[in-house]
Design a protein around this ligand. Structure first.
Ligand code: NAP
Length: 298
């Protein structure tokens, strides 16, 4: 029987409905409207569309959002000055600096300048440290979305063999740490694979939960998956272009994940699609972190 599809779109919709209620309650009981400040440097089309979507979703949920758009030749000093202003602005609960930044700006310097209590992306070393010791404040958005998909799809994590393919700072490392914590929705036995791992299939075939963030199509094929596993495909690979359904004169990207979806869905019990799996969760978790940041003020 083909695997059950875990719809990130549906899970994201459910979480956004919960957030909308939380936002309304914060406003009614405490007069607080959570506010997100987004900072975009330059005109990279993908970054513009990500930032636009983040601001729009904020507004849909009744939150405030303000986009700060700076020219590509903005100096590091001016960007740091803006971050400082946002750190000191009481109406701003969360700050998101859209990556990548132009090459002349030191990304780490900018991200580390953000007040950790407004770091809704969860990239500041203070928040990474909190995550590692099990006192997380702002879990990074993509791993937080992955954990929600696992839990809300009814996949047990306690005692489960989890295998993560990929060890990046934004996906592989944080999700492996989150799932091994001594907590509900975690308590798993976690193995992390990377390019130096010997015989990856030997590991992936043991996984009750297989999380793939390797960065190329078909990194995981059907022979690498244990029958009945839950497979979370984090990858987003642009493999071509096709005419848009809404406007056939416009071309849109054809996206594929890191998992051979058609073959793996015949082996796994549950699987996330690409698109419509992990992707829609990322923005939702950013807004969840922003609401959490606003609640720090209560
Ligand atoms: P990354 O920084 O490129 O890291 C890829 C990781 O995979 C590295 O740790 C690398 O190992 C490992 N790897 C690469 N080839 C491998 C192989 N043949 N066998 C085993 N391990 C291998 O990627 P990332 O930022 O984590 O992103 C991973 C994927 O997720 C990308 O497709 C990205 O577009 C997607 N993504 C999606 C979202 C979303 O919201 N849906 C968010 C973030 C990322 P080494 O460390 O040894 O090099």
């Amino acid at each position: 029987m083909p695997a059950e599809i875990i719809s990130g779109k549906d899970v994201a919709k459910a979480i956004r409905a919960e957030l909308k209620e939380e936002v309304a309650e914060l406003k009614e009981k405490h007069g607080i409207v959570p506010g997100l400040a987004t900072v975009l440097v330059g005109e990279d089309p993908a970054s513009i569309s990500y930032v636009t979507a983040k601001n729009k979703t904020c507004k849909d949920l009744g939150m405030n959002s303000k986009q700060h758009t700076l020219p590509a030749d903005t100096s590091e000093e001016d960007l740091l000055k803006l971050v400082d202003e946002l750190n000191n602005d009481d109406a701003v609960n969360g700050i998101l600096v859209q990556l990548p930044l132009p090459k002349h700006i030191d990304e780490a310097k900018v991200l580390y300048a953000i007040d950790p209590d407004k770091d809704v992306d969860g990239f500041h070393p203070v928040n990474v440290g909190r995550l590692v010791i099990g006192e997380e404040r702002f879990p990074p958005c993509t791993p937080a979305g992955i954990q929600e998909l696992i839990v809300r799809s009814g996949t047990p994590t306690e005692g489960a063999e989890v295998v993560v393919v990929g060890r990046s700072n934004i996906v592989g490392k944080p999700i492996s740490i989150m799932l091994l914590q001594k907590k509900a929705g975690a308590n798993a036995t976690v193995t992390v694979c990377h390019t130096r791992t010997k015989n990856i299939a030997e590991h992936t075939k043991r996984a009750d939960i297989l999380i793939v963030a390797a960065g190329f199509p078909k990194a995981v094929t059907a022979e690498m998956v244990k029958p009945g596993a839950t497979v979370i495909d984090v990858g987003v690979n642009r493999v071509g272009e096709k005419p848009s359904k809404k406007d056939p004169n416009k071309m849109v990207a054809i996206l594929e994940g890191d998992v051979d979806f058609e073959a793996v869905k015949e082996v796994a019990a549950k699987i996330t699609p690409v698109p419509g799996g992990v992707g829609p969760m990322t923005i939702t978790m950013l807004l969840k972190n922003t609401v959490k940041a606003a609640k720090l003020k209560l």
